[in-house]
Design a protein around this ligand. Sequence first.
Ligand SMILES: N[C@@H](CCC(=O)N[C@@H](CS)C(=O)NCC(=O)O)C(=O)O
Length: 305
Amino acid sequence: MAELLLYHYALSPFAEIVRVALGIKRLAWRSVEAPMIMPKPDLLALTGGYRRIPVLQVGADVYCDTACILEELEARHREPALLPQGLRGLALALQHWAGLGLAWNVGRFIVGTAPEAFPMEFHADRAAMWAVPLDLNRLRRSAPRYRDRLREQLRWLADMLRERPFLLGAGPTLADAAIYGHCWFLRQAHARTAALLDPQPAVLAWMDRIAAIGHGDARPLASGDALAIAAAASPAGGQGVDGENGLGLRAGASIAVTPDDYGRDAVIGILAGLDDRRISLRREHPATGEVVVHFPRLGYAVRAA
Ligand SMILES: N[C@@H](CCC(=O)N[C@@H](CS)C(=O)NCC(=O)O)C(=O)O
């Protein structure tokens, strides 16, 4: 079976979500270190322009965004389940909140509270990605607003953990991984941001339980070797094109897929799969040959190209 190749970097909260999911499932995987800022030539050769982390490669199939990656891991390795029966909807809805509301508040709080934890090149790269001026004082001024919002959201978590060891019950689910990644970022980034967790001992104890699960069995792989694996493989392909799709697209159409929030770089290719959950496109690059790149529908805009 083709290996799981994860493109990530150490301090990425979204990557931590996938690393924890790999730990829950006790999987072996290859760790492909990606740069934290642009340029990212090997990653972009693979994805066709999508710059965000994490990305999962399996042979010549490329899964972008934690939502798509976790769905694929669950489909390939069912047990232990990240989405147990009866908890699927709750876990996915919580993941959706974590990736938007929680992630945004944590990110803003961290860069405004401890800007010195990141090099200036990082701030410049992210300002360009968000298409905003580089202004550390503005980030500093807004931090207290995000601190207040986070204090409230951490209370939600403490309440969920009042009678259970994990957010949805006795064992960890996708909701735990998806929320933990952002709490872990708070703890990891700086002592001043970690201190926000101190008033919530139940949340800290839950974090310790998740940290103890680990990240599965990771072995490093150079990005050039990962691209060679794509070149030697054939994509498993898309999931078929639902003819009733609301985009009015047919298989074989030339399309562009773009994140609808930030890092809005378009990936252009030929429509290979489309349903309510996922959109897949086929493309080629000299370094990888033909690949199929998969995105979740939620959070991505699609247009004819
Ligand atoms: N919705 C995406 C968000 C991913 C994301 O924002 N990742 C951050 C790193 S934690 C990122 O890629 N930042 C820009 C970069 O690394 O170039 C997901 O769930 O994977």
